[in-house]
Design a protein around this ligand. Structure first.
Ligand code: X8Z
Ligand code: ZN
Length: 594
């Protein structure tokens, strides 16, 4: 799957090796060979993976494993060889660094081990994509069905059953996961990295330890806001479900927050009870206006073109998957693909006419437009300034989907006048999505860093997962976990080896992007009322940053757009400041925290 992820995987493939043609004498020649070979092999890998994810069978799983083994071997060999060259220009130096640091799971030198690793990774992807919980009568429910239950049911027993059913599918993944880590660590060490953790934290134009420190600092900046939201929601959940389900203090049971991983809480605005759940119900508007999946995508495209970006290529609409097919297994987790590093871009999603899918479409088109904007860069620069930029770009557009914007495009007929002093329902709804996500965004890779480094042993995988979920999210397992449970594997990005800290930093960066874009658009007033829709000035700023791809350190790309050189949680804190003040008054007298 190539969100940015696969792209990175891609960055590393084997083809008629550079060695076969003799060792290039100059970095220039070496990089030229690398870019040509990697681009070709990446395209093969993308096509194999696309078919597999659109048609999961044993055969497609095996063929994808072969393609990925080849790509990963080539990429790892180029990473190794990159150490033999010294770049003569800043551009060459950067490309050599990107070659070395761009891998996700480096291939072990031993061909049999590399093939085994690729096979296991492919199998995990298929297991997740086709995962189902079946009862004794053979009635099965897949993730889409189970997620719908988590979203819509308000019966704790029904919620618990759906939660438990889905988490059960990950048990058989554990042994495979363990072995992949052994093999991946071997590949990492052969390249000179300490372990996979160092591979994952060395991609941010700063030393690995500094990156880990900087994300901890960002978390400390936003934690007070999260704690207020948690405190308020725990009290609301307690009102709704009673003391037997939700205690006054301590963590919240994970099945009550409207999402399988309790990572975004925007599906339970009714329980939040803000102004009687009065924020605009976009799902209802989409359904009322008979939006189908294509119309939703076209509407999102319209946002990007209003900024001055081009229309999507015709092939995008011909080749993308917008709806869940009835007759075959597909990976429904939304993704955006850059098949040929040129114009063949696609998304794959099982779209429903609902608000969160409408948002996710903007997220995916953020990836797509980024691909299109940097397609003229040399191949090694064809990625985001860092992976958080790629994830945060479309999300920044979410912040512009204001009521005023919905009225402009005719989805909302009129904006109800707000009474002075009334509840901040729009901000509240945004917080249920964006603020609730922060600790989850952070902890998924915290868990993996511990696991990769060997600090957490296989026997402790599940326990360590729940320790982190309690510590950061203030959320607990709703039911005791069996010794053989592997709950992290019930999350797509764990099963697919997609790094996750990218989403945490994206949730910080998108507010910095929004603040800068609103300024460029000439907006004055609260940032939550700003929509950059139609602003060519904002579009020009955004496109200038996107066109850089990875050609410059991310700090410079950020400067290009915002005039800032650091990630700064001040922007998200400012955006939510009125809500935070409101939450504090509501939470007065409560013991917050867990
Ligand atoms: O995986 C995604 C995107 C595709 S890159 C749909 N997201 C994370 C998730 O679903 O867990 C977006 C938000 C976080
Ligand atoms: Zn994404």
């Amino acid at each position: 799957m190539k969100t940015v992820i696969a792209l990175l995987l891609i960055l590393f493939v084997p083809a008629p090796s550079s060695q076969a043609r003799g060792i290039p004498s100059s970095p220039r020649e070496f990089l030229k060979n690398a870019e040509t070979e990697l681009r070709n092999e990446a395209e093969n890998g993308q096509r194999a993976e696309w078919i597999m994810q659109n048609f999961i069978t044993d055969d497609t799983t095996k063929l994808t494993a072969d393609a990925n083994a080849k790509l990963n071997d080539l990429s790892t060999r180029y990473a190794r060889e990159s150490r033999n060259y010294r770049g003569k220009s800043a551009e060459e130096k950067r490309k050599l660094d990107l070659l070395f640091n761009g891998l996700i799971v480096p291939a072990p030198k031993n061909a049999a081990k590399n093939a085994e690793m690729a096979r296991l990774m492919s199998e995990l992807g298929s297991m997740y994509g086709s995962g189902k919980a079946c009862d004794s009568k053979g009635n099965c429910r897949d993730l889409q069905v189970l997620e719908e239950v988590l979203k819509t049911s308000r019966d704790p027993a029904v919620l618990l059953e759906a939660w438990n059913d889905w988490h059960g599918i990950a048990k058989p993944m554990k042994a495979k996961y363990e072995r992949i880590i052994e093999l991946g660590n071997e590949g990492a060490r052969e390249l000179g990295f300490k372990d996979l953790t160092e591979v994952w934290t060395s991609k941010y134009d700063m030393p690995s330890a500094e990156y880990e420190k900087s994300i901890d600092e960002l978390w400390n900046q936003v934690k007070p806001l999260y704690e207020q939201l948690h405190c308020y929601m725990r009290a609301q959940l307690r009102k709704k479900y009673g003391e037997s389900q939700v205690a006054a203090t301590g963590p919240i049971p994970a099945h009550l927050l409207g999402n399988m991983w309790a990572q975004q809480w925007s599906n339970i605005p009714d329980i939040a009870g803000v102004e009687g759940g009065n924020a605009t119900d976009l799902s209802r508007l989409l359904q009322k206006a008979s939006y189908d999946s294509k119309k939703m995508v076209q509407t999102a495209e319209g946002f990007f073109t209003s900024l001055g970006m081009p229309a999507l290529p015709k092939s995008f609409y011909e080749r993308s998957l917008f709806e869940k097919p009835r007759d075959r297994e597909v990976v429904c987790h939304a993704s955006a693909w850059d098949i040929d590093s040129r114009d063949d871009v696609r998304i794959k999603m099982c779209i429903k006419p609902e608000e969160d899918d409408f948002r996710t479409i903007h997220h995916e088109l953020g990836h797509i437009y980024y691909y299109l904007m940097y397609k003229d860069q040399p191949f090694l620069f064809q990625s985001g300034a860092n992976d958080g930029f790629h994830e945060g770009l479309g999300d920044a557009i979410h912040l512009s989907l204001t009521d005023q914007y919905l009225k402009t495009i005719g989805l909302l007929k009129s904006i109800p006048a707000k009474k002075p002093g009334s509840d901040p329902d729009y901000l509240f709804k945004m917080a249920l999505d964006k603020v609730a996500f922060l600790p989850f965004g952070l902890l998924v890779d915290k868990w993996r860093y511990q696991v990769f480094s060997g600090k957490t042993k296989p026997a402790e995988y599940n326990q360590a997962w729940w320790a982190l979920r309690e510590h950061y999210q203030g959320v607990k397992a709703p039911i005791s976990r069996d010794a053989d449970s592997f709950d992290p594997g019930a999350k797509y990005h764990v099963a697919s080896f997609t790094p996750y800290s990218r989403y945490f930093i994206a949730h910080i960066l998108q507010f910095q992007f929004h603040r800068a874009l609103c300024k460029a658009a000439g907006h004055t007033g609260p940032l939550s009322e700003c929509s950059i829709y139609g602003s060519k000035e904002a579009g020009a700023r955004l496109m200038a940053m996107m066109k850089l791809g990875a050609s410059k350190p991310w700090q410079e790309a950020l400067f290009e757009l915002t005039g800032e050189r650091e990630m700064d949680a001040g922007a998200i804190r400012d955006y939510f400041a009125p809500l935070e003040a409101w939450l504090k008054t509501k939470n007065a007298g409560q013991t917050c925290g867990w």
